[in-house]
Write a protein that binds this ligand. Structure first.
Ligand code: HEC
Length: 207
């Protein structure tokens, strides 16, 4: 090939292309090396510690909507009313409606039905109308929440029987169970909450 400017350009381009191909093959080889490295067993870093089955059980306390994982035990509305007076009333009020903390009963939230500006206020502060009785779709969640989070200053301090009793009392405050109701792993999942019809289930169940 005669060394004319055109050919010099062309041969430079070809050389460049070859370099490119070579670089590509290198990358391929490296890529392959990466994969084989990923498959090699990871070095032991030594963080954390193995958990015993009993430890895992202590933390696996999620109660599912259908009542799966509810513990044994039980509690009545009457026992719950007594416990509520000791542990909850200061923040949630005698009827579960007075606050100052979140509303546990009723359908109007912090914005009364009798308030003439209710529709305007609800549009502005939709979260203030949430209450357990009005919005929560599953009674079983009440057990889960109270057991893991309340009373606010001492979460997880209540026994399962106490949580069943408090759940019964809160359901009674919402007129969802009678005054002589007893909640346990059989009766609690049967309580139908008004909130169920107002919510969409992202994880459809059989219920
Ligand atoms: C020191 C104050 C305090 C005490 C005592 C207390 N709570 Fe609460 N509770 C709160 C606050 C604050 C919230 C809102 C928490 C949030 O939204 O993160 C709340 C939320 C709740 C909710 C969820 C309400 C909702 O719709 O989000 C329930 C149910 C509840 N409490 C039950 C109880 C029960 C039962 C007791 C007694 C065993 C209790 N609480 C004691 C402060 C308290």
């Amino acid at each position: 090939m005669r060394d004319v400017p055109f050919c010099r350009t062309t041969s430079a381009a070809v050389a460049g292309l070859r370099r490119g191909v070579a670089a590509g093959m290198c990358a391929l080889a490296l890529g392959v090396a990466d994969v084989s490295e990923a498959q090699a067993p990871l070095p032991l870093i030594g963080l954390g510690q193995p958990l015993e089955a009993a430890d895992i059980e202590r933390h696996a306390i999620t109660i599912f909507p259908d009542g799966r994982n509810l513990p044994p035990g039980q509690g009545s509305v009457e026992q719950g009313a007594r416990l509520y007076g000791q542990h909850c009333v200061a923040c949630h009020g005698v009827r579960g409606m007075e606050g100052p903390a979140a509303r546990l009963a009723g359908t109007d939230g912090f914005i009364a039905w009798s308030d003439p500006l209710r529709p305007l206020r609800v549009r502005r502060h939709p979260l203030l109308v949430l209450s357990v009785g009005a919005m929560w779709p599953h009674a079983t969640t009440l057990f889960d929440y109270v057991r893991r989070a309340m009373p606010m200053h001492a979460p997880k301090s209540l026994s399962d029987d106490e949580v069943y009793a408090l759940t019964a009392h809160l359901l009674h405050l919402n007129r969802l169970v009678p005054a002589d109701a007893v909640m346990n792993r059989e009766t609690l999942p049967q309580v139908v909450m008004p909130g169920l019809a107002r919510t969409l289930n992202a994880w459809p169940t059989d219920r």
